[in-house]
Design a protein around this ligand. Structure first.
Ligand code: NCD
Ligand code: ZN
Length: 348
């Protein structure tokens, strides 16, 4: 049976939530990944190093006892973030970055930034102290067509930020469009991007096949097929600007299958297999290790992992659901679908 052994992967964009949900999802990421960049969009948001360290401790306490998973924390950037917080992030090993949510762009983004120029002094400090800025890149004007929001963010907001702060390290998170791929490719090395499994597997038809499909709804929303093709090309290109970030975002089944269903796909339990599937289809499995295990660490100036993981070529079926104790279920991305590569446990 064919196997593929690569440096253990990291997830550079992950939602773990807190409380009971955290307890129920953390093992899925810890089984697959050595490190993850943890998103700060809790309620209330993680806006300071102090809160980030408390959350970091909660995550460590929730880990299975034999796990060496390392959460890396991002802070939720607001117009009220004190400029002194930037130096604190830079000085602390557990905190790695700030996350910019334009106010209203996505789940728990109400506390985000309304006027981007209001945070320019913070961006100047981040540039100076080499603290990366992670961006949810969508404009929020409700009159703007939802499928145009990423493209317009790049034109209206990101190009001016990059012009003003040419050395600022930026990760354009969960990119979904040809324009985002082209933008990132055209920029110097301090600008990278993460790519999710859902945006590699699905185009926007997947939202409506045979009826509305709430488990394929995430933000930025799925785009048309030509954009998916651009993302696949970027992911398998071997260009170190593009790296793995699942954006795994657990919402209970009842909150997804709802008249006002939440945005977010839950991919953590099957993430590396979902990526491997695409790389395999494209005859580019030799490029998976760079994308999944090297380029993110390199971007953040962190060492590449010393541990490895092995995938085996075998046909298996993604479970229909995962229980969340006393609360309900999580439906994973591509529930019930068949895949051709499987992570062999234990990871180490
Ligand atoms: C994320 C969530 O649920 O926290 N949802 C999503 O659709 N991706 C937020 C985000 O990253 O946009
Ligand atoms: Zn996210």
């Amino acid at each position: 049976m064919q196997t593929l052994t690569i440096t253990q992967a990291d997830d550079w964009h992950l939602h773990l939530r807190n409380g009971n949900m955290l307890q129920n999802v953390i093992a899925h990421s810890a089984k697959q990944f050595q490190r993850a960049m943890i998103m700060p969009n809790l309620q209330p948001p993680i806006t300071s190093v102090e809160l980030a360290l408390e959350y970091h401790a909660q995550i460590l306490q929730s880990l299975p006892s034999n796990s060496s998973f390392e959460p890396l924390m991002s802070l939720y950037l607001t117009a009220e973030t004190p400029i002194t917080e930037v130096a604190k992030v830079a000085a602390c090993n557990a905190t790695q970055a700030f996350k910019l949510y334009p106010a209203g762009a996505t789940t728990n983004s109400a506390a985000g930034v309304k006027n981007l120029t209001s945070i320019y002094p913070l961006l100047a400090a981040m540039q100076q102290q080499q603290v990366p800025l992670l961006i949810h890149g969508e404009v929020t004007d409700p009159k703007t067509d939802i499928f145009d929001r990423e493209r317009l963010f790049i034109e209206q907001d990101l190009i001016p930020i990059v012009a003003e702060f040419p050395e600022l390290k930026i990760v354009l998170e969960h990119i979904t469009t040809t324009e985002a791929v082209q933008f990132v490719e055209s920029m110097p090395d301090n600008i990278g991007a993460t790519i999710t499994p859902q945006h590699l597997h699905f185009n926007r038809n997947a939202l409506f096949v045979g009826g509305i499909q709430p488990h394929n709804y995430c933000l930025p929303i799925l785009k048309r097929e030509s954009h998916r093709q651009s993302l696949i090309k970027a992911a398998i290109s071997g260009n170190p600007k593009f790296f793995l970030g699942t954006d795994s975002a657990p919402h209970l089944q009842t909150n997804k299958e709802n008249a006002c269903g939440c945005a977010g796909c839950y991919s953590a339990p099957v993430a590396i297999e979902l990526y491997a599937e695409i790389f395999s289809q494209e005859h580019a499995l030799d490029k998976l290790e760079g994308f999944a295990s090297w380029y993110g660490a390199d971007f953040y100036n962190l060492p590449r992992n010393k541990t490895s993981m092995t995938l085996q070529q075998q046909t298996w079926t993604i479970p229909e659901s995962y229980p969340v104790s006393s609360q309900g279920n999580l439906i994973p991305l591509k529930a019930g679908a068949s895949l051709n590569w499987k992570l062999i446990e234990p990871v180490k």
